[in-house]
Design a protein. Sequence first.
Length: 254
Amino acid sequence: MKFTEYISTHHVFTTSGLLAACDSPSSAEEQLRIAVKAGKVERIRRGLYASMTGRYIGLPPESLEIIAAIDPDAPVCYHTALEVLGVAHNVSSRREFRTDKLRKAFEYRGILYLPYPEVSGLRTRKARTDAAGRICTTTKEQTLCDCLSRPDRAGGVEEVIRAVSSFAYVDCDIVLQIARTLAKTDIARIGWVLSQKAADWSVPQSVLVELTSLVGKGPYRFGRASAGNEGWSSEWRLIFPEPIKEVESWIVRR
């Protein structure tokens, strides 16, 4: 393939992908340098580029396109998964995903890209998006557990509660399976959310009973200690940063 043909059909690409596809890698490498200087190609980060020529003139790449170009198998996670799954309440300027092909975060056009290491046993699925077609994302159940475990990576406590409680349903047995592998603080947070959504999600009483048994004495926090100690759930031994009635109002009811 010729260099000009490649950049006219690939919006986001890696140097390795370009050189592997072109007839003459050495020529393609030189033409890439020339194209960057001419503004026909834009450098996103080392080894990653966006075509700005042909049908891509004036069309900056979407963030999900960039993630897919870095690693087609990388699942988006945390707040980015909430967005892909359609339940995020706030717009984020961060994109979280899991891959071992990239170690360091980078910023491009006002978006901070945050790679997290791959983990075994992660539950994922394909989701259709307008920006990048079908991409890999953590499942609803995995996303719920991940975001409750690390609300700091998903927009904060209020955003996480509003978002995960917006799911039309979750498989509570799968949530329980994931929760069994987590710390007691995470189990308390998950249990509290499931108890709040018990009617909407038809949460089996047996699931809540087991989660309660796994919690322990506590107390645990829903958020950082510096956020405050305004609310308390005796059932889940859980301290909230705001009064309990305020926190309960963040739950999206059906």
